[in-house]
Design a protein around this ligand. Structure first.
Ligand code: HEC
Length: 105
C-alpha cells in the first residue's frame, strides 16, 4: 500500500515537472519571436510577419505534423531554425502540444 502511494506521488510530481519544463523551453527558445502567448507581438514577429498561433485559422492550417516539422527542421527561407540538435524528441512532442494549447479560448 505504502509503496503504491509513493509511486503515484512520484508519477504526479514527474508529470507536473514536465508541464513546467515545456513552458520553460518555450520561454527560453521560442518566446523571443513568438511571444508568451504565440501571438508573435514581438519585434521579430512584426518584422518577419510571424503568424498568430492563438487564431483558430492558424491552428486549422497547421497539423501536428507540420508543427513538428517546423520545430525539427525549421522553416526554410525564414528566421525559424530547426531545433532537432538542440531539443530531445520528448521536448519537441511537448512543444507540439504546447503550441496547440495556445489557441485563444
Ligand atoms: C528567431 C525567431 C524565432 C524563434 C526563436 C522561433 N521561431 Fe518559430 N517561426 C519563426 C518564423 C520567422 C516563422 C515563419 C513565419 C510563420 O510561419 O509564421 C516561424 C514559424 C513557426 C511555426 C509555423 C511553421 C509553419 O509551417 O507555418 C511553428 C510551429 C513554430 N515557428 C514554432 C516554434 C517553436 C516551438 C519555437 C521554439 C522551439 C520557435 N518557433 C522559435 C521565428 C522563430
Amino acid at each position: 500500500m505504502k509503496t503504491r502511494f509513493a509511486l503515484v506521488l512520484a508519477l504526479s510530481v514527474a508529470a507536473s515537472a514536465q508541464a513546467d519544463d515545456v513552458a520553460d523551453v518555450w520561454k527560453a527558445k521560442c518566446k523571443s519571436c513568438h511571444g508568451d502567448d504565440g501571438k508573435a507581438k514581438t519585434k521579430v514577429g512584426e518584422r518577419e510577419k510571424i503568424g498568430d498561433m492563438s487564431l483558430p485559422e492558424w491552428q486549422k492550417n497547421h497539423s501536428d505534423e507540420k508543427i513538428r516539422q517546423a520545430i525539427t527542421e525549421g522553416v526554410s527561407g525564414s528566421k525559424m531554425k530547426g531545433y532537432k540538435d538542440k531539443l530531445s524528441t520528448e521536448e519537441i512532442d511537448a512543444l507540439v502540444k504546447y503550441v496547440r494549447g495556445l489557441q485563444a479560448k
